[in-house]
Design a protein around this ligand. Structure first.
Ligand SMILES: [Zn+2]
Ligand SMILES: [Zn+2]
Length: 256
């Protein structure tokens, strides 16, 4: 009985890891290709190849930690019945997905701010922002403690929200894909990531890697605006980088 349950847990974690790894690799390779049609946010800086190798290697380990947390949460929910019952129907699924996006953004913002304090920064978070000019492979380059702070949401989500597993997985896929795009170093956003839209473009997190003490949220700019942690030139830089990407794309088309 115990071995059967343990086997189920290991199978779940293994399947989640395989899925996250596949999404990570496909998104990284696709976005790296799309970078050719966009403008580089930090044009005078190059990411050292050693740093890219470091991020790629660490991401494999980090994704295993995230898969363990997401897989354990899913297994406890489905096999043991732990957690809150989901809101029924498609409408309930959409509502719980939106609630999860908002809650995770809040979770991420405040824990992210916490691990930037003097007490935690060196021990927990220092590894990730060492890459000042991030690349697609940097998204999951985090240490274990960092993941325990920022990613434990995926272990606990079913206790916090009445969300169905499919809606939670949809959120995780969104988080994984936008996270890779957000580290690409090239602005792929359009006017939809400028105010009044709360959605973040690539410039938002790229500025976090450049300047460290700003832009802590992950999906939306709301918390950064409300708490005064959004970099003052953020909106201007997003707009400038979007225009630069458009000119770059137009010039590439003319050059063909
Ligand atoms: Zn940070
Ligand atoms: Zn980052």
């Amino acid at each position: 009985m115990v071995f059967g349950q343990l086997g189920g847990l290991l199978t779940t974690v293994g399947a989640v890891y395989a899925a996250l790894l596949a999404i990570y690799l496909i998104t990284c390779l696709t976005v790296a290709r799309l970078n050719r049609g966009a403008a580089k946010i930090q044009p005078s800086r190059q990411t050292p190849p050693t740093q890219i190798r470091r991020d790629r290697k660490q991401s494999m380990l980090s994704l295993a930690v995230i898969a363990t947390m997401l897989g354990c949460g899913h297994w406890a929910y489905t096999a043991l019945g732990w957690g809150l019952h989901p809101v029924p129907g498609i409408g309930g699924g959409v509502l719980s997905l939106i609630a999860s996006l908002l809650l995770f953004d809040t979770w991420f913002y405040w824990f992210h701010r916490l691990i930037h304090t003097r007490l935690f920064y060196r021990r927990v978070h220092r590894w990730h922002p060492l890459t000042v000019t991030p690349v697609v492979w940097s998204n999951n380059s985090d240490r274990l403690l960092d993941n325990l702070f920022l990613q434990s949401y995926w272990l606990l989500a079913h206790f916090l929200l009445p969300i169905a597993p499919a809606a939670l997985f949809a959120h995780k896929i969104y988080d994984q894909v936008t996270g890779v795009i957000g580290h690409s170093g090239y602005e792929h956003g359009g006017r939809w990531c400028l105010p009044p839209s709360p959605l973040v473009g690539v410039t938002h997190h790229d500025q976090h890697h450049q300047y460290f003490r700003c832009n802590y949220a992950t999906h939306f700019t709301w918390w950064d605006r409300l708490m005064g942690t959004l970099r003052p030139d953020h909106d201007r830089e997003v707009s400038r980088n979007i225009d630069a990407s458009r000119h770059h794309a137009a010039a590439s088309c003319r050059g063909r």
